[in-house]
Ligand binder design. Sequence first.
Ligand code: NG1
Ligand code: ZN
Length: 552
Amino acid sequence: MTQFEKVFRNSALHPKPVGLVLQYGTAGFRTNAKELDHIMFRMGLLAVLRSKKTKATIGVMVTASHNPEEDNGVKLVDPMGEMVTPSWEEYSMQLANAEQDVLLTALKDVIEKEAISMDQDANIFIGKDTRPSSEKLSQAVSDGVMSLGGHVHDYGVVTTPQLHFMVRCQNTQGCYGSPTMEGYYRKLSQAFVQLTKHVRQSTFHQWVHRLTSSKHLLVDGANGVGALRLRDMERFLQNQLQISLFNDCREGKLNFQCGADYVKVQQKPPQGVEMSVGERCCSFDGDADRIVYYYKDSDGCFHLQDGDKIATLIGTFLKDMLTQAGLDLQVAVVQTAYANGSSTRYLEDVLKVSWCTTGVKHLHHAAQEFDIGVYFEANGHGTVLFSNAAVHKIEKLAQDSSIKNEKKRTAAQLLHSTINVINQAVGDAISDMLLVEGVLAVQGLSVQQWDAIYSDLPNRQRKIKVADRRVITTTDAERRVVTPPGLQEAVDMLVKKYPQSRAFVRPSGTEDIIRVYAEADTQENTDALAQEVCLAVYRLAGGVGEEPKPLH
Ligand code: NG1
Ligand code: ZN
């Protein structure tokens, strides 16, 4: 039997429902798990082609991140651990949406267009989250890979960033680390222990003073894979961080009233976490590639430290360390339209700020333009990218034993540990958490002091259902609407009514909805603005169901 005959035969075991069309969205295919079996098989096929084309290991992650438990999804991971290149998103749609009888034609079309040598070996790493549907769906990916003669290494239940890490380690022949779970835990925790070692040297008194409180962190695992893998990691951390883990998969439902997305969008603490006043808490999302921090003050008020606050903390720390080390490297922070206006205003005074479209692949790409690119979405997805030249300069300085100035030497070593603690392949809740904890400890900052760096403008995110979300198209990093006609003018008029306000509208790439974002001087004005923009979308972009109502 030829390879293609085998693919044809096996594809019948994962049939595509006739007429079903799915889009490769902001972060891969994502929908109700019942619709995904054929997609998984076909992504297995595509991963083999991508592996043959790049002559490298490719990753396939089965997860729907922060979506409800009944959804699932799949993302492809390129050789350096980044999201698959956009031109291949097109191919994935061709394959995903080809009817059963033309699947082979679609497959051969990709092979021809990309001039792929089918004799080349293919190696695929597979990972999955904890959803009940993930087991069977990841099996469908494996079937696809093996039907086309690829080798599979199945890592089982891992966080999305762990899979990205494995792919990058494998393709850098171990330079980035060892492609094993132990390799991941060891690399990150050793770097974290190094970071916190400097605390004892540089701010000994503060360290002693905070010895008990500063090492303690409450973590909401969203009842997902992040909780399981964080448990595994704890023993590597040498007691440098004491974690109380909640929503750890033992009872509650994945992402239900917990997790980073819930906390960010609802702007309230997750269920199931026992927070005391002033205690530092964080929430992961369902596949642990996002993190947000928060605490409760003595009046019982909830304070959120989202991706913007994390970017600010890390960006300014890096800038300080570079200055102290005397290194001439540029640090930039990349933001999207969802960044709080206050964060942008604060950051623009101290660093370079750059804008791009929502979606990690865009942020990652934009951050690569700088010596050091810090990127975070407000929702808590982000990381730091160091150019090769920056890594080289920092490593050289950190190893230079002739430096007599202790401040300079410490700064260089802290920068070096930062490179190793951060997962440069992709945003990683566990790695970001270790970096934030390290930076807070080194700088002797409490969660309240970190929060006080700037005050967020009140903001609100809403969702509107429309008949076809593609009727809304945008420009200028998704900050302005192009179609339908009249909608942007309506938003502009509404924004003029409130002080310090801003609002924008865009179709979601992961859910079948339109997102509305608003911010203004007070929460009341923000909510009024968001409500009016929702109504404009509903009326001008074909809203379905009941008219949007005010939230309170
Ligand atoms: P969409 O659904 O396109 O808004 C959401 C997030 C993105 C990104 C992706 C992938 C918001 C407003 N949007 O995309 O930032 O994280 O999911 O998970 O948070
Ligand atoms: Zn996620």
